[in-house]
Design a protein around this ligand. Structure first.
Ligand SMILES: [Zn+2]
Length: 406
């Protein structure tokens, strides 16, 4: 048995909608977990000592705030190669389209990643996943998408499984993203292969299927075909939709019963209302919005449409090389129009909803104990302290996985 008790929490920020005004703060609180499950989350004064296992690890928050571990519901962290040169080219005035036309962009990552072994892919993903944990993230979604042929895609998913088995990394949920960039060979033959062999092989390795629905990538009809084929193997859809232009991907997400629709900068309010009606989570990726410089992430518009909102890093080598959820919270407020409380909930409970996980993202008795002890008494500092080092320590599945630096 492992047990942990956190005393002296100045503000326990539960993100629990049952506790009224977001983000559901309990002052002067304690948090107790046994075998990864929260057994107490409430006022310290009301803690019954018999609820604290005798051999529990005692941690003192010294008046700091405690929040749920971040759930980063959209990442592409299994890649090889380096595209720092493109970063400089874009700063010098080259457009994303020009770089792609000269062999850069996603294709450069595919060339570097597709030949990689599972060991190499997992080692590269491990470094990024560990940085995510140190920044307070306790669950990550990991997509394939840089293989462009089935065996390479499966090696990426096998690398994600390797990450899932490492106990000192955030928990991993794998997504099969076969329709990402387009193949050199016949397009229909590639999609045929994905819809027959690909989804069957991926079903043993992934929870979700995903597609990049965009001009220059895949059409609504092609994405719909993938989702229909994947449904036979119980792979639930997610979709990259309305990022660079409006193509109809959000409406497809609503029709197909997707768990989430991601990006959405070019979505209309009618699109967002359709997502809300269908119960599709809207995932904003404000780091990519910032780098690409288009319309802002539609955080407030999603809230106004009644959608559940998640915020994620989109960590990838082209449009957002960041492992930091606190930075994404800052950007969700600055660019996406969310309040600090809405942004924090979107990064925790919202992320969990975007992965269909009902057991985390909220600090409540009976749920999984993933929590972050902050450096500061104020949870607002997570977004307010732009680029600040605000994570003191991290509890992952009821274990103190990142001890305090103090
Ligand atoms: Zn993405």
């Amino acid at each position: 048995m492992t047990a942990v008790v956190v005393h002296g929490i100045g503000a326990l920020c539960t993100c629990d909608p049952l506790l009224g005004e977001a983000p559901g703060v309990i002052p002067d609180a304690a948090l107790v977990a046994r075998d990864g499950v929260i057994v107490y989350a409430g006022p310290e004064a009301a803690l019954d000592r018999s609820d604290v296992p005798r051999d529990a690890l005692e941690v003192h928050a010294r008046g700091a705030a405690v929040i749920p571990g971040f759930v980063d519901a959209h990442t592409h962290i299994v890649w090889l190669g380096d595209r720092g040169d493109e970063y400089a080219q874009r700063a010098g005035g080259a457009t994303y389209a020009e770089i792609a036309a000269s062999g850069g962009g996603i294709r450069a990552t595919v060339r570097a990643t597709a030949p990689g072994s599972v060991d190499e892919l997992a080692a590269a993903g491990r470094e990024r996943a560990r940085r995510m944990l140190v920044n307070g993230t306790t669950t990550i979604e990991v997509k394939s998408g840089y293989g462009l042929e089935q065996e390479a895609e499966m090696r990426e998913l096998d690398a994600a499984e390797r990450l899932r088995q490492w106990q000192d990394l955030p928990e991993v949920v794998a997504t099969y993203l076969p329709l990402h960039t387009t193949p050199d060979g016949p397009r229909d033959a590639y999609i045929d292969d994905v819809c027959t062999h690909g989804v069957a092989a991926a079903a043993k390795r992934a929870t979700f299927v995903d597609a990049y629905c965009e001009a220059g990538a895949y059409t609504v009809a092609e994405c719909a075909r993938l989702f229909t084929a994947a449904a036979k193997h119980r792979l639930r859809p997610k979709i990259h939709a309305e990022q660079l232009s409006r193509t109809g991907g959000a409406l497809l997400a609503a029709q197909a019963g997707a768990v989430s629709a991601d990006h959405l900068e070019h979505a209309t309010n009618t699109d967002l209302e359709a997502l809300s009606k269908a119960g599709v989570v809207g995932v904003i990726l404000p780091g990519a919005s910032l780098v690409l410089g288009g319309p802002p992430p539609p955080g407030r518009r999603l809230i106004d449409a009644g959608c559940t909102v998640a915020v994620a890093t989109d960590c990838n080598p082209g449009t957002c090389y960041s492992e930091s959820m606190p930075l994404m919270i800052s950007l969700a407020v600055a660019l996406g129009g969310l309040t600090p409380a809405q942004a924090l909930v979107a990064a925790t409970a919202g992320g969990a909803a975007a992965l269909g996980l009902a057991d985390r993202g909220i600090l409540r008795r009976g749920l999984r104990c993933d929590a972050v002890i902050l450096e500061t008494p104020s949870w607002v500092d997570v977004g307010y302290h732009l680029g600040g080092d605000i994570v003191a320590s991290v509890i992952l599945d009821g274990r103190l996985e990142v001890p305090s630096k103090a």
